[in-house]
Design a protein around this ligand. Structure first.
Ligand code: CA
Length: 434
């Protein structure tokens, strides 16, 4: 019997708060879970800085990856069992892609990627194809197998049915993170009837479709996604932490480039600062490492770096106010900028406009980075219809991007003290703090 078909002598189960159990029978899956690159995901939180808003949100990307794997395994083994589309190889390929789809995420990946101009998808690919433990496991299946797994994750694999399980507008990735993030944050949004959705999924030649009778369960899923975005993912307090994190990384990079003598040399950041990071360096950089540096940098003599690190580590976040980038507001921002300078508070690090936007559901938007397959319903007569043409609720929110801008600043530094009293008062007036 080949390695790809090899089963464990006994099924392994992982206790999981969302799916109750995650089941593993395949030797390949078990071996992948044991690799150092997969285990690294324990040290990367699924929701980045969200734990500073919702203290329960400490769950890791490992946790979520196992969940995505379990949903795909259930779809294939329980609901699609016996269908000819799922021969042994396509099944194993789908399971591996589900398990490994987030492998390349860096620490606090949102800010991290932005500051260092990196792309986690590039690293996912490198880990799967490069000289890694994951690659050695996948190559034992077949020399071409790592490339196939990377293609599924990159959505370029020829069998689009397999791709749609992992990335469409109703894929295993989203179904897991909505429920998992709701569970760990403790919010009451994010819940929907996944059992019902899995039951009404049907494989078609190029994507999974949903039986028309399951439309209401899907509507519920779309709404819960919409609410999770605004209640959790774009929470203004989380964004405040994200702003500070971004500024810490910018400041450290700037200091490094100007030849500043660090008390705690940022050795693990050197190749990131230089824009030439090797896979080995990248894999060493996890959230434990990053937080270690932030704690060390609290003791730096540069007042900006040390203050920002103190803010992040000890949760002294920036306050915020609504900001609409109109002419009026832009003028106000310029005025604030010069007042901040006069008050001795560097606006580059302490006066920040941040924007979030989300598209709750979209049926067609070519060229967008979030381009995912739309949801198709299967009618009783065999016709296929795109969801927003059948559901008024989904139609009402389709293609509508909601954007929200906020202005962040350290309110604590603007309280009146003995120095710069008048300037601070002017700033507080402009920010409508008094
Ligand atoms: Ca994911």
């Amino acid at each position: 019997m080949g390695y790809s078909a090899e089963k464990l002598s006994e099924e392994k189960v992982f206790k999981d708060p969302v799916h109750r159990y995650v089941h593993v029978r395949d030797r390949v899956i078990w071996d992948l879970i044991g690799t150092r690159e997969f285990q690294r995901l324990r040290r990367i939180r699924q929701l980045g800085t969200t734990f500073l808003t919702f203290h329960g949100a400490e769950h890791s990307r490992l946790n979520h990856s196992l969940g995505v794997y379990e949903i795909v395994r259930r779809i294939i083994d329980d609901f699609f069992a016996g269908r000819p589309e799922w021969d042994g190889q396509e099944r194993l390929l789908s399971l591996c892609a589900a398990l490994l789809h987030d492998l390349g995420h860096g620490p606090f990946s949102h800010s991290f990627e932005k500051v260092f101009d990196l792309d986690h998808e590039h690293f996912t690919r490198q880990i799967i194809l490069g000289d890694t433990e994951v690659n050695r496991v996948l190559s034992k299946v077949d020399t071409l197998f790592p490339k196939m797994v990377a293609e599924v994750i990159a959505k370029t694999y020829e069998n689009k049915l397999v791709v749609s399980l992992i990335s469409s507008q109703i894929d295993a990735d989203r179904m897991d993170y909505l429920q998992r993030d709701a569970y760990f944050t403790g919010v009451s949004y994010g819940h929907f009837d996944m059992e019902r959705i899995l039951r009404v999924m049907r494989p078609r030649e190029d994507q999974v479709v949903i039986k028309h009778s399951g439309m209401h369960a899907v509507e519920d899923y779309i709404m819960s996604r919409y609410q999770m975005y605004w209640q959790v993912y774009f929470h203004p307090v989380t964004r405040s932490a994200e702003v500070i994190l971004t500024k810490i990384l910018h400041r450290a990079k700037r200091l490094y480039e100007s030849g500043y003598q660090f008390k705690h040399e940022p050795r693990h950041f050197y190749s990131l600062f230089a824009g030439d990071v090797s896979l080995e360096d990248y894999l060493k950089m996890d959230e434990s490492m990053m937080l270690y540096y932030f704690q060390m940098w609290e003791e730096e003599s540069d007042p900006i770096l040390s203050d920002l690190c103190d803010r992040f580590v000890n949760r002294k976040l920036f306050k915020y106010t609504e900001f609409h980038p109109s002419n009026d507001q832009m003028n106000k921002l310029m005025e604030l900028n010069s007042l901040f300078k006069k008050a001795g508070i560097d606006p580059e690090y302490y006066l920040v406009v941040d924007s979030s936007s989300d598209l709750p559901y979209d049926f067609y938007r070519p060229g967008e980075e979030e381009e995912r397959l739309p949801i198709h319903l299967l009618k009783n007569n065999g016709d296929i219809r795109e969801l927003s043409r059948e559901s008024e609720i989904v139609d009402a929110i389709s293609g509508k991007r909601r954007t929200d801008h906020k202005l962040y600043f350290p309110e604590d530094l603007l309280r009146e003290g003995p120095s710069k009293r008048n300037i601070k008062r002017q700033i507080r007036k402009l920010l409508e703090l008094e």
